[in-house]
Design a protein. Structure first.
Length: 197
């Protein structure tokens, strides 16, 4: 094997990196910030937490090639009890396990019969970008996403961008500085201002 050959990361491995960054952000959300605005304009902090909860639960099903149910609105997991942060962590752990299972990235999955790896990248996008949203909204540090995660997401966004923008999933692109990092450029492509605050 060529030692100079770049490692190909599985979606489960990439989700594990994103989960490592997500857990301290979610655990650190104070109850007093739940009604604060976020860079994702249609959500306040509580609504975005509930949306992200729905993502990590439903994408476990998609990893197993089962039908998902995103419904009209996300269930209010925050209202289900004060342990919602630890329940989120447990579901994020299950998401990593689901996408690390043999065969999870193979074939197609979901109602639109999309390539399974691309679907897994959609979960990775939410677990990265929405956690950045939550970090910004609650004054917590996030820094830069892992380079291998950004690289995977850049390719996924390139494939998803036209349809996602038409459906309103991505906002209009936001211009970033010429010296912006790859992660800041990714945020801009999803309609976020990297300097939001």
């Amino acid at each position: 094997m060529d030692t100079n050959e770049a490692k190909t990361y599985g979606i489960g491995e990439l989700l594990d990196l994103a989960r490592e960054r997500a857990v301290p952000v979610v655990r650190g959300i104070p109850d007093t910030a739940l009604d604060a605005p976020t860079p994702c304009a249609e959500y306040d902090v509580k609504a975005l937490v509930n949306h992200l909860f729905q993502v990590v639960v439903q994408f476990q099903r998609l990893a197993a090639k089962e039908a998902s149910d995103f419904g009209a609105s996300a269930p209010d997991r925050v209202a289900e009890g004060s342990d919602w942060r630890e329940r989120f962590v447990a579901e994020a752990d299950r998401l990593v396990v689901a996408w690390s299972a043999p065969g999870a990235e193979e074939g197609v999955t979901g109602a639109m019969d999309m390539p399974a790896r691309l679907v897994g990248s959609m979960a990775l996008l939410d677990l990265t970008v929405h956690v950045w949203d939550l970090a910004r909204a609650t004054g917590r540090g996030y820094g830069e996403a892992d380079a291998v995660v950004v690289e995977e997401l850049a390719g996924a966004v390139a494939q998803l961008e036209p349809t996602a923008r038409k459906m309103g999933v991505f906002g209009e692109p936001v211009g970033v500085a010429g010296d912006a990092s790859a992660f800041e450029r990714l945020l801009g492509r999803t309609g976020r201002d990297p300097g939001w605050g």
